[in-house]
Design a protein around this ligand. Structure first.
Ligand code: NAI
Ligand code: 15L
Length: 276
């Protein structure tokens, strides 16, 4: 059990609701928050406050006395720059300022879209180049870098989880590589909170999928191993491909093809460690 309350942002969202239920059942004291109302029963011993991440003073108040911030709030899909800016950039700054003041650790729900323009043929480690596939992915790359800055400058520990596709079940062929089960996510957040020390690290948020795009990361530091796998869904989704050449070329899938105006594709493996 964490010694101090845990702040969970984005509590009313798809992943926040899973986490609230799982961690609530463990008996953790949760401070749930979201700009939208919380649709489920509030776990015993926890509370919910409706708040906007762009309200810096509000975030500071919410984090008072907390030892951990599970940061899942914000824009969670590709949107115009102006829409992403407030929640994902200013909001994240407010989270890190609150963590600095409280001496709290942050788990940041980053995304595969921070590296989305890597080709599907590549196997990436956690130190790969950022290759954001849009304004949303850019905000996630910036968020990970903010964590690095706050660690070196202020000693704020942070775990950056580059989540693949976290849904009930895989719904397309790409998810055979990117799927993260709800249960694996919940255990990851539990371990990231309880681990004695994490520094500033990156973990691929994916289950044990044979077709994974991703390799080395810091999971040993929090003693986490995924127990589920997308392999079981192979027959159900193998044929579910988009037919779009851009989408199918890159790890970020459909996000890479959104608003795409390039006439000809760039040379293959431009940033790979070894030449193609
Ligand atoms: P979601 O959209 O269901 O949840 C995000 C929540 O943030 C929503 O409840 C929304 O009301 C809240 N929010 C938005 N703007 C806000 C603001 N200004 N102030 C306060 N709250 C605000 O998304 P989901 O799927 O639950 O994702 C949670 C986090 O995980 C997001 O940060 C997303 O980028 C990240 N992620 C999710 C993946 C997935 O497959 N579900 C994959 C990669 C990353
Ligand atoms: C994400 O970052 C999104 O939050 C989620 O809705 C999915 O689109 C996921 O990535 C994905 O790439 O499947």
């Amino acid at each position: 059990m964490p010694p101090k309350p845990v702040l969970l942002t984005g509590a009313s969202g798809n992943l926040g609701r899973q986490l609230a239920a799982y961690l609530g059942k463990l008996g953790w004291t949760l401070r749930l928050t979201d700009i939208a109302p919380f649709p489920d029963p509030i776990p015993e011993g926890s509370s919910f406050t409706q708040a906007d991440l762009t309200d810096g003073m509000g975030v500071l108040r919410l984090a008072e006395g907390c030892g951990m911030i599970l940061h899942f709030g914000g824009i969670s899909v590709e949107r115009p720059f102006e829409e992403v800016l407030g929640p994902n950039i200013s909001g994240l700054y407010h989270i890190y300022e609150a963590a600095r003041r409280e001496g709290a650790r942050v788990l940041f729900a980053s995304s595969n879209h921070s590296i989305g323009f890597h080709e599907r043929s590549e196997k990436l480690d956690d130190d790969c180049q950022f290759m954001p596939d849009g304004y949303y992915g850019l905000s996630k790359a910036y968020g990970e870098l903010m964590g690095r800055t706050y660690w070196f400058k202020h000693g704020v520990e942070n775990v950056n989880v580059r989540i693949g596709s976290c849904f009930e079940a895989p719904t397309e062929a790409r998810a055979l590589s990117t799927w993260l089960s709800f249960a694996d996510l919940c255990r990851l957040c539990e371990r990231a909170t309880l681990a004695p020390a994490v520094g500033s690290c990156v973990i691929w948020g994916a289950s044990a999928n044979t077709r994974t795009f991703w390799g080395n990361d810091a999971r040993a530091a929090i003693d986490w191993k995924p127990l589920d796998s997308a392999d079981a869904y192979e027959n159900a989704v193998m044929g579910k491909v988009s037919g779009n050449k851009i989408t199918e070329r890159y790890q970020g899938g459909a996000y890479t093809a959104m608003d795409y105006t390039r006439k000809a594709p760039p040379p293959a493996r431009l940033f790979a460690k070894t030449p193609a």
